[in-house]
Design a protein around this ligand. Structure first.
Ligand code: NAP
Length: 303
């Protein structure tokens, strides 16, 4: 990294993804200021070389690039309404939170109001790829600011897929929602296949052996099934509550555009039920438990 590619980056949100991304930004040599609502979750980043600050305003004040990695569009709006007036006009805002299509349009308008260059930039990949700097960044935004944001994308991801220049049209988020509908369907299918196997007295290994090497086999099945079967649902890579939020965003995007997405809708209900059973902060693979009534879940917490 040369002087000309080093940036001052204000990171808002240091949850599972934001903290990993901030760490990789520091490693790449950027000056990084981090803010998180719950400050204790940001504090460990000080040991990596990030500056932990107490308000969103302090994080963005002299930033070349502002990175938002919060829970949802509403959260980003709330935090950026406070922070944006303090940001330098002309600075880039990389919005990586998974938000709804409408929210992205509103955030783009907020950016315009404050003279910020808005990048709709959701990421594909979970905790481990985030920690390894191996995310795929899906990005839409003005060509004029791409040189400013490219070093940030390079620090957090292995690949950037540009989807267009008009960030308000949310072309990157559109692609992200399509990809997440696949992730969520695969997660739900994994949980249901394992719960059916349990109910029917079928050894899950028999199912894995049956599909091994064929077109029905997939790495993701083994990854999520492994978490369920080994009881490794905490810490989560992607929490049940966050997955429910995404499933609802997908259903809503479909409704707005005239398509009915029954699997995503049912998945949202499964995540909600698993959360009500006490699995809210576990990995989304815990949607498995939604197949069992509360009593059954109590009787047998694990497959
Ligand atoms: P997370 O660990 O739950 O982090 C959520 C962040 O949002 C935390 O910093 C949290 O602050 C903050 N937050 C929540 N409500 C807030 C509020 N009202 N005001 C201010 N801050 C608030 O979630 P994550 O897994 O990192 O996900 C972050 C985003 O990335 C989500 O949009 C998610 O859909 C997306 N995403 C996640 C993954 C994944 O695999 N995990 C992959 C791709 C994209 P506190 O610490 O104070 O709660």
């Amino acid at each position: 990294m040369t002087e000309s590619t080093l940036r001052t980056v204000g990171v808002l949100g240091t949850g599972i993804m934001g903290s990993a991304m901030a760490r990789n930004l520091v490693r790449a040599g950027h000056t990084v200021r981090v803010w998180n609502r719950t400050r204790a979750k940001a504090e460990p980043l000080a040991a990596d070389g990030a500056q932990v600050v107490g308000t969103p305003v302090e994080a963005v004040r002299d930033a070349d690039v502002v990175l938002t990695m919060l829970y949802d569009g509403g959260t980003v709006r709330e935090v950026m309404r406070e922070a944006a007036p303090a940001a330098r006009p002309g600075a880039a805002w990389v919005q990586s939170t998974t938000a709804g299509l409408e929210a992205v349009g509103e955030l783009a308008a907020l950016a315009r109001e404050h003279g910020l260059l808005f990048y709709d930039a959701p990421v594909l990949g979970t905790k481990q790829p985030a920690e390894a700097g191996q995310l795929t960044v899906l990005a839409a935004g003005p060509a004029e600011g791409r040189d400013a944001v490219a070093p940030v994308f390079d620090a957090v991801g292995a690949r950037t897929v540009w989807t267009g220049e008009d960030s308000a049209a949310a072309t990157a988020t559109r692609l992200k929602l399509v990809a997440n509908s696949w992730v969520i369907a695969a997660t739900a299918a994994t949980g249901e296949a394992l719960s059916l196997a349990k109910a029917l007295g079928v050894d899950p290994q028999g199912f894995f052996d049956l599909i091994a090497g064929g077109p029905l086999d997939m790495g993701y099945l083994h990854a999520k099934a492994g978490l369920i079967l080994d009881g490794r649902l905490t810490p989560p890579s992607f929490a049940v509550t966050t997955a429910e939020k995404d499933a609802r965003l997908i259903v809503e995007a479909g409704e707005r555009h005239g398509v009915r997405l029954d699997v995503a809708a049912a998945s949202a209900e499964r995540f909600a039920r698993a959360a009500a059973q006490g699995h809210a902060d576990e990995d989304m693979a815990a949607a498995y438990f939604a197949s069992f009534d509360d009593k059954a879940a109590e009787r047998s917490d694990r497959p």
